[in-house]
Every structure is written in structure tokens, then in C-alpha cells.
Design a protein around this ligand. Structure first.
Ligand code: SF4
Length: 71
């Protein structure tokens, strides 16, 4: 597990954006605790990445970071 900081995918609005929903407890838990396993992969939904089906870990990051709303 890693502690996440602003700028990292796990706390980004675009992380798992395309399947995110009220029942996505994994994403909610990551955003609430700011802790995530290093090895999970999820889709980046950023408009510049989505067509490329970029897969990122919670500890990845890029300049397209936008903070997800806090749970
Ligand atoms: S790659 Fe960039 S835009 Fe995509 S989830 Fe990570 S920080 Fe957000």
C-alpha cells in the first residue's frame, strides 16, 4: 500500500472515470483513505488518454491531474 498525494492518479478525477459510479467502493475507499495498493491498474479517462486506453496505477501521475471530489 502507498500513501497518495495530490497529483497522483488515485486521487484524480479521471482515474476510473469511465466506470466510476456510486457503487464503486474501491475508488471511494482510495479517495477517502488516500491509501491504495501499488499494483492495481485502472483506466485513465482524461480526454487526451482515453482513446489510447491508458492504464495507470494509483501512484502514477501526469500533468492532466484534476483532483477528484472528496467523498
Ligand atoms: S494519468 Fe493523469 S489524467 Fe490520468 S488519472 Fe493519472 S493523473 Fe489523472
Amino acid at each position: 500500500m502507498s500513501h497518495l498525494h495530490n497529483g497522483q492518479c488515485g486521487l484524480c478525477l479521471h482515474y476510473g472515470e469511465n466506470h466510476e459510479g456510486p457503487h464503486d467502493t474501491d475508488l471511494l475507499q482510495i479517495r477517502t483513505t488516500h491509501e491504495a495498493p501499488d499494483t492495481v491498474l485502472d483506466d485513465c479517462g482524461h480526454p487526451k488518454h482515453a482513446a489510447l486506453h491508458l492504464k495507470v496505477t494509483p501512484i502514477s501521475g501526469c500533468d492532466g491531474f484534476e483532483a477528484a471530489p472528496q467523498a
